[in-house]
Design a protein around this ligand. Structure first.
Ligand code: CTP
Length: 468
């Protein structure tokens, strides 16, 4: 056959062919040739199997042994744009991603962009004969290790709670035996609505896992509250945790880890307090990374404006003394990491009632006393001292020298020294530059995100525990 002209293709099929060709970097003509070649070869090899219902699809992407697969359902909300980054983050972690876009999601992202990043065909329609023939919603529901819904809209959550199967996404959710992870995203009032909270309680009771939603600014001008979708990195960490991908990906499996994070607030009176600029981002990132590495993590957090990291036990405290007490209750642990910026002093004459200002009279004097040093107390314990005790050194000058002396005076094993001067942007920012100070010397780490610092620290801890 010298050439082949295919006529009478309907518009939808032509569009599908064009998308598929674009995804594979071929001309439409070449794509048709490839499909025909593949079909002929499959036909020769497995004539009987191919015609059986439920037989493996000739076009199914074959995965390397051990590769985990996530089925990502993208719901229709403004947060859908983050789903493209989520696909990238999952693929970076060696996870294969197959996507379903709901009709509403297609208003925010296109099958072409999701498919290009996933490197796989994207499915949108339950009643599309090509899609159903190619993979089919029941196989899609089964051929996955985890189903992730991100963003999970109020509508999708309601349908999941009610067991509806009115489109491809909900049919797959109803048909799957795999664990389901929702990353809700909606307006704070929709999230707080009794119906949504009822549906939430139902899906949690049904065993569905949740990541987020977070609090903060919403897409709508002037709207704040709870309802922001968790960030792609948080969702990726939750996915890794749920996939529990073997010991290699879980180097802290079976280890107990204690982490302190955030500032402490030391009351002056019932409405005022002493605090510092710590955001808790670094400590929380370490907690998330340790949990993703399989550790049993307890995070003791001072007052922060951050979501609870996925898969950790969180204890919320306010003052240094509460933080110490909570830390002692968590012992014994294998590793303790003290990332909190603990207030060094508390007010001894804190008012039981709001201290009133009296015009023309002297300002009230605050009498301060030193707070317990939580890191030093745990590091110097005779019993139940963790195998590895790690502190931070927040410095604005002489960073390395001050950190070295803290290593000795506090009796810990490692100090992560960082420059917290205003110019460094570390306090409250997303990046950090660490010098790891140990008895052996100083190891400078590159400037990187706080998430990357957390991952690097977890890798160092895992290597150290291997030796012990
Ligand atoms: N730390 C602690 N309890 C305190 C003070 C500090 O556990 N009361 C811990 C911090 O979590 C950190 C380390 O000690 O891991 C160093 O904290 P940093 O604020 O850098 O130093 P300080 O000990 O407070 O000393 P200085 O303020 O003089 O630098």
């Amino acid at each position: 056959m010298a050439s082949l002209t295919v006529r009478q293709l309907d518009e939808a099929l032509k569009k599908q062919l064009r998308l598929r060709a674009a995804r594979n970097g071929r001309s439409v003509e070449d794509e048709v040739r490839t499909i025909l070649r593949g079909a002929a070869a499959e036909g020769d090899a497995q004539p009987a199997a191919a015609s059986k219902p439920g037989a493996p699809s000739p076009r199914r992407a074959t995965l390397a042994a051990g590769t985990k697969r996530v089925l990502l359902i993208v719901g229709g909300g403004i947060a859908a744009y983050k789903s493209l980054d989520l696909i990238r983050r999952l693929k970076e972690r060696g996870i294969a991603v197959r996507c379903i876009l709901t009709k509403a999601a297609e208003h925010f992202v296109t099958p072409l962009s999701a498919g290009a990043i996933a490197g796989e065909r994207v499915f949108t329609d339950l009643f599309n004969p090509a899609g159903e023939f190619d993979v089919g919603h029941i196989r899609m529901a089964r051929e996955t290790d985890l189903v992730v819904v991100a963003p999970a809209t109020a509508d999708l959550m309601a349908k999941l709670a009610g067991g509806l199967a009115s489109d491809l996404a909900t049919a797959v959710l109803l048909a799957t035996d795999a664990k389901i992870l929702l990353a809700p995203a909606m307006n704070p009032r929709m999230w707080a609505n009794k119906a949504t909270q009822r549906n939430l309680a139902q899906v949690i009771a049904d065993g569905v896992a949740l990541v987020g939603p977070n609090s903060g600014e919403m897409a709508e001008a002037g709207e704040r509250g709870t309802g922001r979708m968790a960030e792609p990195l948080e969702i990726a960490a939750a996915v890794e945790k749920l996939l529990g991908a073997g010991k290699a990906a879980q180097p802290l499996h079976g280890k107990r880890v204690l982490i302190t994070s955030g500032p402490t607030h030391e009351p002056i009176d019932p409405v005022r307090y002493i605090a510092n600029r710590s955001s808790g981002k670094q400590g929380h990132a370490i907690a998330a990374a340790a949990a993703a590495a399989g550790a049993d993590v307890t995070l003791i957090s001072g007052p922060v404006n951050l979501p609870d990291p996925f898969g950790v036990t969180i204890v919320k405290v306010e003052t240094a003394r509460e933080m110490l007490q909570a830390a002692e209750c968590v012992l014994p642990v294998d590793v303790a990491i003290f990332a909190a910026a603990v207030a060094d002093w508390r007010v001894t004459n804190a008012g039981a009632q709001k201290i009133k200002k009296k015009l023309g009279q002297a300002t009230p004097g605050l009498s301060l006393t030193e707070n317990p040093d939580i890191l030093a107390s745990i590091a110097k314990r005779k019993s139940q001292r963790p195998k590895l005790v790690i502190g931070f050194a927040a410095e604005t000058e002489n960073v390395a020298a001050n950190a070295k002396s803290k290593l000795v005076t506090k009796g810990c094993d490692w100090i992560l020294a960082n420059d917290v001067s205003a110019a460094s942007g570390v306090m409250g920012g997303d990046r950090n530059t660490i010098q790891l100070v140990t008895a052996k010397g100083i190891e400078p780490w590159p400037p990187q995100t706080k998430d990357d610092v957390a991952a690097m620290l977890v890798a160092h801890i895992a290597a150290e525990l291997e030796k012990k």
